[in-house]
Each structure stands twice: as C-alpha cells, then as structure tokens.
Write a protein that binds this ligand. Structure first.
Ligand SMILES: [Zn+2]
Length: 866
C-alpha cells in the first residue's frame, strides 16, 4: 500500500484506522444494544481515550480539510420528513429526511467527532460526524496531538439539540451500527429557539450540562456480576473494564483481581494477567485458581521454566487438598498445561517440532463455511497454532555492507538446519477482514473509489497492530525496531514518549516494508485465505534472487527458516523474497517497493541483457504457454523451447525457461517418448534453484520415466530421492541410520500434495510397482480411500470430489480400463472445467495410461521370459 503520493488521503486513512482500532477495543459485538449498554460502552471509550490522551499514547493526523463531500439534497423541515432512530435502515442514506436528536455524552475526536445521541422517543445511537471542523485547531500539516475529550466536547456540548439532514446509518469499523454524516452542511445545531421543531416532546429529561453517565454508587459485587456477565458472553475488554471499576473501590479484592486476570489471559495480555495473579497470591497464597492462572500467564510470556515450577507446586498442593471437585478439575487442567509446556520447552530449546502433529492440528482447526457453490474449508479464526518460538545459537544480527542489518552465521551450519521458527507479531487473514471496515474506510478516503480487494488483508493487519499497541504500549518498542523506510527516524533515535506512542504512519510504512504473505501449502487450506503478517526476527534477512541460502516454510502461522545448503562461518544468510521465475521488471518493481536493490547474479545478468532479447524471451514464453494448452503441435513446441533456451547461455540462471521445458517433457511422456522426456527433466532438476516443493513433480517425472523405460533400479532411487528431499525440506535431514524415514516422509507427503499422493497410490496398484519396491511402501490402497479423504475434510475443491469418486468407482472394479473411461468422461467436459482441474485430469490420465503401458511392458517381458 503506497499512499505517499497523496498525503491527505494517507492521513485520512491513518485517522480512520486509529478510530476503528479504538472502536474495536471499546465496543462489543452483540447485535442489539440497550440504551444503557450503548452509554456504558461510550463511557468506556471516553475513559480509554482520556487515559491514552493523558499518557500521549497516540498521534492523529487530522487534516481538517473537507474532502470529497457529495452535495446532498435540501430538506424541508416538516414533521413528515422527520425520521426516528428506530426507523433508520442499515446501509441506507435517508435522503430528504432529517433526524432530530440531542447529545447525551461527551465527544471524542479522532477522524470523526464521535458521541451518543437520543431522539425524542428516547432511543439511543452512536453518532459519527465526519469533516466536522472545529475551527480553532485547524493548523493542518503534520501529526499533532488529538483533541482532548474536554476540548472536543465543547463543539457539541451535552444537551445540544441537533438536526442531521440526510442521515446515513452504517456499520462502523467495529461491526456496530452508527449514525453517519459527512456533510457539515447537513448538521444544524438548534440554538435558535424559533426553530419550529425544537418544541418536540422529549420522553426523557433534558440531560444536564455536566451530564454524568457514570452510574450512581455501585457496589463491588455489582461490578463483579456485570464483569462476569460480559466474561460469559466473551466480551473480555468490557469485563476487564467492569472488574477494574470494582478494583478502584476495593484494590485488594482477590475475587475481582483473579477474574480480571482470566479476562486478561483471554485477551492475551499476559503481563497484566501476571500482575493481577501475583497480587492475589500475595494476599491469599492458597488461591489455587490464581496459581493456575499464574502458570498460564508465565507460559504466555514464554517463561516456561517458571511456569513449570508454579504448576508442579500447584499439583503437589492439590494432592494434600484432596476431594473438592473444582480442585480436581484445576489439577487436571494443570497437568494438561504442564504437558503442553513440556512440548513448548522442547520446541523452544531444541527446535524439536512434531511436524505431522502440527499439520494435523492445523486440519483439526479448520472449520467449514457454507458457500452457495460448494463447501469451502477455511480456518475461521485463521490458522493460529499454539507452539513455541525457536532460535538457533549459531546465527546473529550484524551490519551487512550497504544493506543495513542482516543475519550472519557464527559457525558452519549444515544443509536443512532449522535456524528459527516463530509465531507472528500479528497476522490477519482475508476472511477475517470485515467488509464493512473496508467500505467505511474507502468512504472516508475516497467515496468514489473502492479500495482494491488485495489491500483488504493489509488494512486489517494494520488495524490489528494498532489495536495491539493501543492496548499494550510497551510492545511499541518491539515493533518500532523494524525497518520503516528511509524517511522515518530509526528506533534508536526515538525519545521515550515516541517509544510508546502509537504512530500509524510508522506502522503503515513498517507494514509496507516487512510484512510477509503467509502461504500455506498443506492440502486442506483455501488459498484465498492466505494471511499477511509481521514476523520480527525473520524480517532481518536480506534478499537475493539467485543466491538465497535459506528458505521459509509456513505451517499455519508458524514460520520456519531453514538452510538451503551448507553454510560457512561468517556467511550472510539471505532469503529470496519473491518468485524468481517472474520476469526481471516485475521482480525489480516488487523489490523496489521493499527498498531492496538486488545485485545478485540473476539480476545483474538480466540488467545486462539487451531490450531486444528481453522482448524475444517474453514472446517465446508466452508462445510456450499457448502451445502447452494445445500440446498437439509438438514440433512447434519443441522449436520454441529450443529457441528460448538458446537466448540465455547460462542454464543455471534461466529459471523462466524451466516451466516451458517441463511442459515439453510432459508432452513427450504423454506420447510414450520417455527417452526424450527423461533428459529434460534431469536438466530441470539440476538447474532448478531455491525451493524444493515445486521440484517434486519433476522428480516424480524422472522416476516414472526410468520406470517406463524399464530401469526399475533407477526408478526406485528417484522415488526415494523425491520422498526424502520433500520430507527433509519440511522436517530437516533424516539421520543416516533412520529406518522409518519412508513412513514419515509419506505421511508428510500425503498432508502436502494430495494429487501426487494419489499418483503414488495409483502406482502401488500395479503389479509391477510391487515388484519394484520390495516392501509395500505406499501402503495398501483401499477403494474407498478417496471418499474417506473427503470425509476427513482433506479435499477442498469440489472438482476434486468428482475425480475422487470416479476414481473410487474405477478402483473398486479393479479395472484400469474403467478408470480411464471415467477420466475420459471428465476430459470430454474439458471446456467447462477450470484450468487447475484440467491440469489434474491430464496428469491422472497420463499416469493411468502410463500404468497401462507399464503393464503391457511387463506382460511382454513375462511372455519373453516364458
Ligand atoms: Zn536479484
């Protein structure tokens, strides 16, 4: 997201993001709210804002500029044009209507002037007045301190009667409705008593000038009960607020403190939770629940050893306490938590992760979402996993010449070593970004242009980071150490105030430079829901396209970084941030947006190539793509690939020609010309750089080619190669003496690339395959398996179901001819299918044919030997 070109737009966006974060912190999501609920939520907002204001916790960029205000119709102020709050309709602009209301709460000004109003009927709703311009502070320009509540309230004092013409009723960024007006001309304050409607009968008393919405004397118990109610309805912020009000009255009330600690735990604010339970334990050392929560808080703070001591002690004490039911359940939870922490310790200290369990956990957390077209499997809460961070001792951050900071090896490090694994500082997924946030933001930023949908996740991430920093300002320091471009001060130069001040400009710029897309390759994830997040340690890796020596892999929101090859002491560790098979111009544009000026071998070569060459290459690549969809003109395809490969002499630096070559290999293999497909595939294998995952199909291909050529020994070697490479890419090197590696590798393979797995299973059907592998490595294939896989929510694509069911049908008959017929039926419907499916069917068809070829060959061999 680059809004640098239009500063006012950027500032309006920053303010709206801050406002949204604020609203989200202080409102709950319940649909219908009572008058009292709306008022007490606003009270919470005022408190929060006041506190943040006093502590200089944030800056705003109020432009005080009226932008993009659409003219609205003139209104006749007659009774029939009046509208009541209860008659407002969501997402509607009530043109020609007006709302008579009066202000019943003090105001907050971030982007809009926010308050609460009631109408003569006594109905209450929130009000947001945009472009409402308190004249006395219109300095414009750079960031400034926001208006205090007292200051902002002067523009709309409590009790003021206002008329809002053409009111709209919208869903605000926090998911709750709000009365909205962006044209100040539509807002009339009724100071003139002659205004004909000001005598409307009001059901409620006129609020006093110093209207206080703080309820009269309330007891500690009342706060506790209300807090508990909020807690039960999962409104943890509101619960914290109620408990805190009670604690103000009775600072040493252990029940309130213990409850607030649990609410903080749910909000993942572990430091605050720990402070509360420590107070409880000081006052009441035998408080078992508090001890358990202390263990949880310490675990959340990654202080695992302390957590273990606390929990072990707790278990011991409960032994002596015997009988009481809730004690038994605390003990059970404590034992469960201890086991979990032991796993976390093993992960964080030894880098030992159970990858299969992690992937299964990922699948387990997937929830179904009904869609009109098909059931799409997604992670509703985003695939957030509960695992520990790990960092190897052998690397450190140092200055890298001309590139700022970077990671360096302190010692020699072998291939596929795990360097680090981390949870994100914050992450957002596309399906988590509510549509209304974006519509509200695009309205404010520019009413006529819809913000690109690809920006949705980005804005959601920035809002979440803002919210996080507003709630826990001490985290600013951790976040502000990240690179945020050349124009902002580095963290070392920020003063103490700035180090805990929520600065959206900084957050936005940091986001633009160091956010990563979380790409999940396990096979039940809907890829449209890829996340966008910030991983602090990982953002220190510098980039290289051709010479990357480390790579990243995501399992859920856990990012793993491993070495791609053996690393020498002192070497800088560099990663490839972008798809290197894309043309230089695209790559360079992307890297430039991240302030990276890559000087790797590939970039230098591409820069040195003439314009004419580039043009010719691009044309040939395009031709190949077209020929691939029509693979019957083999001669032409052949010539095009050969011509493409002749342009660049360095095969090891020609990643863009790999895909067309792979296509050609498939075409040859389809025709049974394995002598030709094999050398191409081997060449691709030797020259493919970077990630291994996409190399899998090539290695499979090589194995099949050897197999088809009757070279079973070689086929077996390559099958093992693909399995091993694939698994080691995920879990690191197998030890030489590891005997069960194949089983583990297959388990991982199944969880990653279902298609290839089916192919592997398919092979196991053939008599010959069993012959090749002395052990039944692919397990026993059952006809119902694809259906079982569907049942186990492994298949995402409804089209896959079609394949799987014809597949199952065919296998059931143990008849490969029938299977081929089924696949041919699918093939006939080719035009109706999407390209991904087409590819799959082609592959399946090819392999099914291949099996037939193999069987024929085999029977021929057998006949000969007879
Ligand atoms: Zn490069």
């Amino acid at each position: 997201m680059d809004f640098k070109t239009d500063e006012p737009i950027a500032r309006a966006l920053y303010d709206e993001i801050l406002q949204t974060a604020f609203l989200r912190i202080t409102s709950s999501n319940s649909q219908k709210k009572s008058r009292q609920q709306l008022i007490s939520e606003h009270e919470r907002r005022l408190n929060h804002f006041d506190q943040a204001y006093k502590e200089n916790l944030f800056i705003v960029y109020n432009t005080y500029e009226q932008r993009n205000i659409k003219p609205t119709p003139k209104i006749k102020f007659t009774l029939e044009n009046r509208i009541l709050i209860k008659d407002l309709r969501i997402n509607k602009e009530h043109h020609g209507k007006f709302l008579l209301c009066r202000v019943i709460a003090r105001c907050i000004k971030i982007n809009a002037l926010l308050t609460v109003v009631e109408d003569p009927e006594g109905d209450v709703e929130r009000l947001a007045l945009y472009n409402f311009n308190p004249k006395s502070v219109s300095q414009g320009g750079g960031p400034m301190k926001p208006l205090s509540v007292d200051h902002a309230s002067k523009y709309l004092p409590i009790g003021t009667q206002i008329v809002i013409g053409n009111p709209s009723y919208q869903i605000a960024g926090d998911g709750n409705a709000i009365i909205y007006s962006d044209n100040p001309d539509d807002v009339i304050m009724i100071i003139d008593r002659k205004f004909q409607l000001c005598d409307a009968a009001w059901r409620t008393d006129r609020p006093k000038g110093t209207y206080s919405i703080i309820r009269n004397k309330q007891s500690v118990d009342e706060f506790r009960f209300r807090g508990n109610d909020y807690f039960l309805s999962k409104e943890f912020m509101a619960a914290v607020h109620e408990y805190s009000s009670g604690i103000m009255l009775e600072p040493y009330n252990t029940a309130l403190l213990a409850n607030r600690a649990e609410a903080y735990l749910r909000l993942q604010q572990f430091k605050k939770a720990l402070a509360d339970v420590e107070m409880v334990l000081k006052l009441e050392p035998s408080h078992l629940k508090a001890a358990f929560r202390k263990g949880k808080a310490l675990c959340g703070l990654k202080r695992y050893q302390e957590a273990i001591i606390v929990l072990r002690d707790l278990c011991k004490r409960i032994k002596n306490h015997k009988d009481r039911d809730d004690n038994v359940s605390i003990k059970k939870s404590a034992i469960g938590l201890l086991k979990h922490i032991e796993m976390l310790v093993n992960e964080s200290q030894n880098g030992k992760y159970d990858y299969i369990c992690i992937i299964d956990e990922l699948h387990e957390k997937a929830k179904i979402k009904d869609n009109e077209i098909a059931n799409i499997w997604i992670h509703q809460g985003g695939p957030r996993l509960d695992h520990a961070d790990y960092l190897i001792d052998d690397i450190e951050i140092r200055l890298s010449k001309g590139k700022g900071r970077g990671w360096f090896a302190k010692y020699d490090i072998p291939e596929h070593s795990l360097l680090m694994a981390s949870k994100p500082f914050e992450i957002a997924h596309k399906n988590e970004a509510p549509e209304h946030t974006l519509s509200m933001i695009s309205k404010v930023v520019s009413p006529d242009c819809i913000i690109d949908s690809s920006v949705v996740t980005g804005i959601e991430l920035v809002i979440r980071i803002t919210q996080k920093l507003l709630m826990e300002p001490e985290l600013c320091r951790e976040f502000y150490q990240l690179y945020c471009g050349p124009n902002l001060l580095p963290m070392e130069k920020l003063n103490k105030d700035m180090l805990r001040c929520v600065d959206i400009d900084r957050i936005m710029k940091t986001f633009a430079y160091v956010s990563f897309e979380q790409v999940d390759r396990t096979n039940n994830i809907n890829h449209e829901n890829n996340g966008l997040g910030i991983w602090i340690k990982q953002s220190y890796f510098n980039h290289s396209c051709a010479d990357a020596n480390v790579y990243r892999l995501f399992l859920g929101d856990l990012m793993f970084i491993r070495t791609l090859r053996p690393i020498l002491k002192g070497e800088e560790l560099v990663i490839c941030h972008y798809d290197l098979t894309l043309p230089y111009e695209r790559r360079a544009r992307y890297l430039k947006s991240m302030d990276i000026d890559c000087k790797c071998r590939l970039c230098m070569l591409e820069i040195s190539e003439g314009q004419e060459n580039k043009f010719r290459r691009n044309k040939l690549i395009k031709d190949c793509k077209n020929l691939l969809t029509n693979p019957f003109n083999v001669k032409k395809f052949e010539d095009t690939v050969i011509e493409l490969r002749s342009i660049r002499k360095h095969l090891e630096l020609d990643p863009q020609s790999l895909e067309p070559s792979a296509g050609l290999a498939v075409v040859y293999a389809n025709r049974g010309d394995f002598c030709k497909s094999l050398p191409i595939r081997k060449e691709i294998y030797n020259y493919s750089m970077g990630a291994v995952l996409y190399r899998t199909s090539t290695v499979f291909g090589i194995a099949f080619d050897y197999y088809a050529l009757g070279k079973k020994k070689h086929a077996k070697i390559w099958f093992d190669k693909v399995l091993k490479e694939f698994a080691e890419y995920i879990r690191g090197k197998f030890k030489d003496d590891e005997t069960c590696w194949r089983r583990e590798a297959l388990n991982l393979l199944e969880r990653f690339t279902l298609n290839d797995f089916l192919i592997a299973k398919c092979l196991s059907l053939t008599v010959v395959a069993r012959d090749v592998f002395s052990e039944p490595i692919f397990g026993t294939f059952t006809p119902s398996e694809p259906t079982t896989l569907i049942g186990r929510k492994r298949l995402t694509d409804p089209n896959k179901n079609i394949i799987a069911s014809s597949w199952a049908k065919a296998v059931e008959l143990e008849n490969k001819n029938k299977m081929l017929i089924d696949l041919n039926i699918l093939y006939k419907n080719f035009t109706k299918l999407n390209s991904a499916l087409k590819k799959k069917i082609l592959t399946l068809r090819f392999y099914t044919k291949l099996i037939k070829v193999c069987e024929l060959q085999e029977s021929r061999l057998n006949n000969r030997s007879l």
